[in-house]
Write a protein that binds this ligand. Sequence first.
Ligand code: NAG
Ligand code: NAG
Ligand code: NAG
Ligand code: NAG
Ligand code: NAG
Ligand code: NAG
Ligand code: NAG
Length: 569
Amino acid sequence: MFLFLFSFFLFGSVLLFSLPSLDGFLSWDSADAFGVDSKGARENHNANARPCSSMSNGAYSLLNCIEKWQTEEKRREKILDKTLNKMSFLETAFVVVPWNYSLCVSTRYKMVENQSKLSELRTICCDRSGFRSDVCIMKGDVRTHSPSSSVFLYHSKQQSKFIDFISIVHRAAKRHDDEELQHEKIRPYTRKWENPIMDKIDKLDLIVKKDTMVTNHRCDVRHDVPALFFSTGGYTGNLYHEFNDGILPLYITSQHFKKEVVFVILEYHNWWIIKYENILSRLSNYQPIDFAGDKRTHCFPEAVVGLKIHDDLTVDPSLMKGNKSILDFRHFLDRAYQPRIKGSIPDKEQGVQLKLNQSASVPTLGRSMKINKDDQKHRVKKPKLVILSRSGSRALVNEDCLVKMAEEMGFRVEVLRPKRTTELAKMYRLLNKSEVMVGVHGAALTHFLFLKPGSVLIQVIPLGTDSPAETCFGKPARELGLKYIGYKISPRESSLNNEYHKDDPVLTNPKSVTTKGWQYTKEIYLDRQNVSLDMRRFHKRLLQAYDYSFKKINGQISYNQTTDLFKLC
Ligand SMILES: *[C@@H]1O[C@H](CO)[C@@H](O)[C@H](O)[C@H]1NC(C)=O
Ligand SMILES: *[C@@H]1O[C@H](CO)[C@@H](O)[C@H](O)[C@H]1NC(C)=O
Ligand SMILES: *[C@@H]1O[C@H](CO)[C@@H](O)[C@H](O)[C@H]1NC(C)=O
Ligand SMILES: *[C@@H]1O[C@H](CO)[C@@H](O)[C@H](O)[C@H]1NC(C)=O
Ligand SMILES: *[C@@H]1O[C@H](CO)[C@@H](O)[C@H](O)[C@H]1NC(C)=O
Ligand SMILES: *[C@@H]1O[C@H](CO)[C@@H](O)[C@H](O)[C@H]1NC(C)=O
Ligand SMILES: *[C@@H]1O[C@H](CO)[C@@H](O)[C@H](O)[C@H]1NC(C)=O
């Protein structure tokens, strides 16, 4: 009996520490946890490092945790059965009380009566099944220790007393006070499959310790809401990556907290906080914490470490609570930028308003005549077209010609060269009012997220970029409900045409080149290629976009375009 009890303890305590907290995953999107089962992991381990993966994983969950938990539960039941059968009532009470008898028994019926008791099990539950990221959950007494890049979870009093007691009785399993009961390592960034970039991400150590250590690790700041740890290192600085690897996963992982969550950021950048202020303040009511820069001990009742991510620039409703989709994300963006836009952007519009007021005091005759004339000419609304301009590589060398043609066609045209510092709210305001956006494949196209569903995105696809063009922007744009036009250039429209013989595979069969490795795509097609649009060819697509937009905003078919606009330049 003695032996049996002893082995039960050893085994039992191991189970105790490896059990995830049920509370942890229940507070998680449960659709996320279970919605994946049938889909399974759609993984592709051959993917190279690339700015935009072509694999479509995303099926991703805490399923592992649950499975693990269920398996452990079964094992525990068996042990418990044996134990209960062989023990006297007194011993039974003795063994189960610290766990709580009703809890143990009820798990046998797949019913956990009281979830909060499970959270007393104090373990770290990590889901490492995702292709793109790992996520760990800690629940209980969570304390940060920035100097050692660690986050501690202190074991509950009740259990450690039990353990202490057993240890004394059996003089076995002697544990040092500072012994780690569980230790997980994690880099909280969403490009798990890309080793070179992951190696640059700060690592966090998540450690479960006995609560006797708590006294040496006092809280400087107590928070009564959960923490969410993530990194803004890696490819942050590139708009595509900022949204794809950061903002969207942050939305996916944190929106259900309803702003009652504190962001703890590794590789914290002030500029990033400022740039995404409007968004961050709609996801969290609290000031973000710079993990490396703030050496104080922050204490939390719960911590989620790492971000969940679905597919490229999208939100998979089947993995979200309440079926939330990329459209919900866009509504969210709209609300996020609303105050900034309605409020205080010191902008042209207010300037325009001022000018109008001033001119109102000017003698009116000439002005009103002019307005009448304009009225006649513009009884119809002109659709707005935004051209995202690039310099350096993938520049549109005949951009001027495109502008001329689009204006002639009837568009109001705006050419933008967004910089890293361009305020996103301004881009949002402009694109939210535009009907068409045109740009050569590149990170700036991420701004398509700011277009209203039903608008048109024309992506000019240079040679050799078909796959990233589709994965990064084509598919996500369609998912957002945009009319997407992918314009694949012909070799004649590529500047590579001047560098390679017309029979060179670089021109004739880009796929044979790009399949050799990502660096070929990058060095040849992404970094060394400009585009000169064949206006005769492009004209058709633009006209298609024009007719569609014209009809959308005016409710009627546009007048027939008879001019050969492409002959303009
Ligand atoms: C165990 O749970 C029961 C009912 O849920 C409760 O009455 C009892 O006090 C608990 N025991 C301990 C030691 O927590
Ligand atoms: C679960 O336990 C908590 C405290 O441990 C208690 O407040 C709650 O009423 C319990 N719920 C049930 C269903 O027993
Ligand atoms: C979620 O969306 C799918 C299809 O888009 C629909 O079949 C399902 O009923 C929706 N579920 C909820 C809870 O709205
Ligand atoms: C975006 O456009 C919609 C519809 O035109 C409008 O209701 C909304 O207020 C706009 N959003 C912002 C932030 O200006
Ligand atoms: C312009 O005039 C209107 C009313 O005439 C007034 O409401 C508005 O505040 C004025 N705008 C500016 C910028 O002075
Ligand atoms: C592409 O165009 C830019 C100017 O916009 C120029 O600086 C660059 O050298 C060009 N690159 C190639 C490969 O033609
Ligand atoms: C445009 O031209 C075609 C034939 O050229 C004609 O059938 C059609 O009715 C015209 N559309 C409008 C809106 O004038």
